[in-house]
Design a protein around this ligand. Sequence first.
Ligand code: TYD
Ligand code: MG
Length: 457
Amino acid sequence: MARVKTQFVCTACGTVHPRWGGKCDGCGEWNTLIEEGSQGGGVGGGPQALRSVRKGKPVALTTLSGEIEDAPRIATGIAELDRVTGGGFVRGSALLVGGDPGIGKSTLLMQAAAALARRNNRVIYVSGEEAVAQVRLRAQRLGAADSAVELAAETNVEDILATLEQGPRPDFVILDSVQTLWTDLAESAPGTVTQVRASAQAMIRYAKSTGAAVVLVGHVTKEGQIAGPRVVEHMVDGVLYFEGEGGHQHRILRTVKNRFGATDEIGVFSMGDRGLSEVANPSELFLGERSASSPGAAVFAGIEGTRPVLVEIQALVAPSPLGTPRRAVVGWDSSRLSMVLAVLEAHCGVRFSQHDVYLNVAGGYRISEPAADLAVAAALVSSLVGLALPANSVYFGEISLSGAVRPVGHAAQRLKEAEKLGFGQSVMPSGGEDAGMPSSMSAFQPKTLVELVARIA
Ligand code: TYD
Ligand code: MG
């Protein structure tokens, strides 16, 4: 009888180890190795005998010209979604849509499915988590019950492939979720890394061979407890994350990886009683929750992908009873906050060492641009001295360690958006590209952070 060999797989990156260890050699994460039964011919490899039979034929690169730009796409007509995918789902590709449970992934994909079916695509929605009746109930709620989307409740990959082979070739297939899939080829239990990886591989192969666009849905927990999606990220052509904060109705769809387009796009949606609706102007949404100007609030004119997004940055600086004061950040990089605090202390003589500092980006939004430095610095100083910033000002600019205010890209777009939303003044770097200052706005262009601090305090 064949002995079942065990191996240890990293739940974060999928590296296989012969022995258990505290740290993964592949990605350096701690406590991510779990035991799994090994899988005969290697993941996705199949029996050795098959390999020598299959023959590949090289194709001249020149005959492939133009294929990337003209990747055949199926657009949904939902603008926020199409922008994030780079113009629609690409035929013959696989996409992973990840996000916390309950964030709205199934809702988003049912709406996408209905939109595609209405455009005469054959769409199959395979649900491994909910019964067909449940999926239909959701579709009803979304006003999509009359669409031609076909539903199936299956989790076994071989069964799913058999279902998909019936009838005309589907254009769009949704597998909700990848964690529920299992294949006869792998020995371990459903939900384990080996199963998720082998199943995803089978579905990716299906996409490539039939030309269908396949979407895999994956749950991600903050602790990374559930095995799978991180491993699948390396295998698929694109990864989208669906995010949102509890208590806020808006949701952000973010491109993390895209072999066929840009990776810094976002789509903004709002979750309502009847599903997700598009938010065409996210700045209005993020600034909508703004209270009358109070100390510690500054509006940052940011850019996400190709789109300007105005968002409020809130700082609270309060005397600390602790020997080591607290620093807490939501929505921004904490090491970046430490840097801005250090520059304010070292070059501007503003002391935070006796104060707790809290920084929050309003509306559950997350900023990755260094261009937010100036807005953060303004919010911090404003809170420390207890004086509100002018309500009609926006801020953008990067701060260097020397305290200089550095130019950032897309100034013209940032200003245009600020003008559109009725802001009258921009605090921004001098120099850089030609900003194209709107006539209704004035600019304050500090060369150093010292100049900004002097103006606030
Ligand atoms: P769902 O799409 O099932 O989330 P996921 O697939 O990511 O786990 O959506 C779950 C939440 O969305 C649930 O709490 C109910 C809410 N919801 C609405 O608020 N409005 C709607 O129209 C729908 C369909 C769901
Ligand atoms: Mg779901």
